[in-house]
Design a protein around this ligand. Structure first.
Ligand SMILES: [Zn+2]
Length: 253
């Protein structure tokens, strides 16, 4: 298992980079599809709020996660609604408290492509100079922040470019086996991120039906909290031409 590090996907590495930048005190914004924001936020928060910095699941801070909540994680707004001016004003208070167990307090602001001008303006000071142990991460779907706020943030765009070009989806059974191998030691959520990456690539290749199947697998797996092996089975089923897949799951569409 010494090679486990090499198996880490480029996404994981990118998220680690973003997390360590935020830990260091920079405020950041991540531009990502709505569909993925929750997943990315959870993974980033897991890294940022871990005392070891690697979502170890063992340290006193990691042990305080209850589902998707952590006492040092302060979510604001939703995917469809940006935090309002009052929410934004309260952030200072929220993240300047002493962390309960984590190395910092983390405010995650969703829907920031819809921030009102006053709300955006109210974030200028706190993003530039957050409290000593307060950190801020913004999520947006479109890169449309007001320039004064934008200039105070490090902006990332998802998917962060990987070294080997865009992530490939398995074209045949051989590539599928490779994907299975590369999934060794991965968590279900990491597999689902892979699937999310395949979809735009498939659409680009005009493989709409397959894209829809993969999205169905992703949805079912997410909703059902499926284990790695089950997700792989479903992907296998979805990849096979003329399989029972549409028969079984087609009703969802
Ligand atoms: Zn930890």
């Amino acid at each position: 298992m010494t090679e486990q590090k090499d198996h880490k996907s480029d996404i994981s590495k990118s998220l680690e980079n973003i997390a360590s930048l935020i830990v260091s005190g920079r405020s950041a914004a991540l531009i990502a599809p709505k569909l993925l924001q929750q997943e990315l936020a959870e993974r980033l928060a897991g890294l940022i709020l871990c005392l070891e910095g690697n979502a170890c699941q063992k340290c006193p801070s990691c042990r305080l996660w209850v589902g998707k909540t952590h006492p040092d994680l302060i979510p604001k707004g939703s995917f469809d609604q940006a935090p309002g001016i009052d929410d934004c004003r309260r952030i200072w208070e929220d993240i300047s408290l002493v962390p309960v167990a984590g190395p910092c307090r983390l405010a995650v602001l969703y829907g920031c492509d819809r921030l009102s001008l006053p709300a955006g303006n109210s974030l200028l000071k706190i993003t530039e100079e957050p409290p000593e142990k307060g950190r801020i991460l913004l999520f947006l779907e479109e890169d449309n922040l007001i320039p004064t706020l934008r200039s105070r943030l490090v902006i990332f765009k998802y998917p962060v470019k990987s070294i080997g070009g865009p992530l490939k989806f398995p074209e045949d059974i051989e590539e599928f086996m490779k994907w299975i191998e590369s999934a060794e030691g991965k968590k279900p959520s990491e597999l689902l991120l892979d699937l999310s990456e395949w979809i735009p690539a498939l659409v680009k290749k005009r493989k709409h039906q397959l894209a829809a199947r993969i999205e169905t697998v992703r949805m079912i797996s997410e909703k059902g909290n499926l284990k790695v092996a089950m997700i792989q089975d479903l992907v296998h089923e979805a990849l096979q031409e003329g399989s029972q897949f549409d028969h079984l799951f087609g009703d969802l569409w």
